[in-house]
Design a protein around this ligand. Structure first.
Ligand code: NAD
Ligand code: ZN
Ligand code: ZN
Length: 389
């Protein structure tokens, strides 16, 4: 089959690779009909995650048709259309039973690698480095889906691929980002990063009763998208974000702040990779404002900072003093996607959310290298790319 493979820093290549096979009785093989490129893929593309190997198949947002099933998967049939959540989760461990699917205890065979960096291991993730399980991803014609008896959700014919695809990740992620803000009617929510994840966080914040949403980014086309969704906007290259947010909130600051930027921050602080001790590698460094630091510094006293932007390693210059002295709450996580898929599918059906709004480009799988470069550089008003294997 064809698959989009990581071949080194800023290099991906569509290659011929062996078809996946059923390895366990709870596996399914999916023939992929739609797959997407995510901001999280850019962390791998830009080389911020060191446990990638040449030839690793990328992609964690995908859906398709079931073509083969392990003996223990009884909830699916050959031919079913399914959308697959990006965290690989057993459904049975203490974390999964508590609804904390992205920290499943049974899905990362390389947990030791993750523990070195993070203390404990989160779940495995499709196409997301060996530290997170080394699972081949879904920017491919086929994928093996472990724990298929509990992960994938059936999609009926009334929903198109493009309506259902983002249930795999970015729609639930944006929703969880807003949910972690404990939004009360009348609240003002600020969102750093007006990418697809930020856009879904904004839409979710409004659905949860936020009165005002303030979007912060530097790309005019993305700020215009936020504006069309009802948000006020700040271009962080034009204004001092801390001062502007103060002015807009009677000096108090937003009730909650969402970081939908992560490591890809345009003005990153140092991200240190603990495992790179030999070189004490400082991948990114600058004194300019950083999204997470701004979110913490601008949040109102007693407010909530919700981090859905992805980080790895250690983050330097973290304003712990503000967090402690001003009674802030910090919440974070890879999305517990499985928790949100069914309820959000209901909201797509009843018209509360139209996930297709984020799509700007549709490409063939073969064009993934061009897609990665375009999405990374935000060329051609690139917002979200769907690949059709
Ligand atoms: P994206 O690259 O399309 O969007 C990121 C946006 O952040 C860009 O528009 C960029 O201009 C903006 N930005 C950069 N620096 C900024 C700054 N200092 N202040 C304000 N905005 C800034 O990516 P995306 O697909 O929208 O994903 C966003 C983040 O969400 C990524 O870190 C991704 O890894 C993460 N993510 C997390 C989860 C999860 O489960 N928690 C799931 C999916 C994606
Ligand atoms: Zn993603
Ligand atoms: Zn589990």
């Amino acid at each position: 089959m064809k698959a989009n493979c990581w071949m080194g820093r800023t290099t991906v290549e569509v290659r011929e690779v062996p078809d996946p096979k059923i390895l366990n009785s709870r596996d399914a093989i999916i023939r992929i009909t739609a797959s997407a490129i995510c901001g999280s893929d850019l962390h791998l593309y830009n080389g911020y995650v060191p446990t990638m190997k040449k030839g690793d198949i990328l992609g964690h947002e995908f859906m398709g048709e079931v073509v083969e099933l392990g003996s223990e998967v009884r909830n699916l049939k050959i031919g079913d259309r399914v959308v697959v959540p990006f965290p690989i989760s057993c459904g049975r461990c203490a974390s999964c039973r508590a609804g904390l699917y992205s920290v499943c205890e049974n899905s990362n065979p390389n947990a030791g690698m993750a523990e070195k960096l993070m203390g404990h291991s989160p779940s495995g993730i499709f196409g997301y480095s060996h530290m997170l399980g080394g699972y081949p991803g879904g920017q491919a014609q086929y994928a093996r889906v472990p724990f298929a008896d509990v992960g994938p959700v059936k999609v009926d014919d009334d929903l198109s691929d493009e309506q259902a695809l983002f249930l795999s990740d970015i729609l639930p992620t944006g929703w969880m980002g807003a949910e972690m803000c404990d939004i009360k009617p009348g609240d003002t929510i600020a969102v750093w990063g007006a990418g697809p994840v930020g856009q879904f966080a904004m839409a979710s914040a409004f659905l949860m009763g936020a009165e005002r949403v303030i979007a912060i980014d530097r790309f005019p086309y993305r700020l215009r998208r936020a504006e069309r969704a009802g948000a006020e906007t700040l271009d962080y290259e034009e204004v001092n974000v801390l001062e502007a947010l103060r002015d807009m909130t009677a000096g108090r600051g937003p009730d909650a702040c969402i970081d939908a930027v992560g490591m890809e921050a345009h003005h990153p602080v140092a991200v240190m990779h603990a495992y790179d001790r030999a070189r004490q590698a400082t991948r990114m460094e600058t004194e300019r404002p950083h999204a997470l630091r701004e979110a913490i510094m601008s949040c109102r006293n007693g407010g909530i900072v919700s981090v859905i932007g992805v980080y790895g390693g250690l983050l330097d210059k973290f304003p712990m003093g503000a967090l402690m002295n001003r009674s802030l709450t910090l919440r974070a996580g890879q999305c517990h996607v499985q928790r949100y898929m069914e309820p959000l599918m209901g909201r797509i059906r009843n018209g509360d959310i139209d996930p297709t709004m984020v799509i700007s480009h549709r490409m063939r799988l073969e064009d993934a290298p061009e897609g990665f470069a375009m999405f990374r550089d935000k060329q051609d008003d690139c917002n979200k790319i769907v690949l059709r294997p």
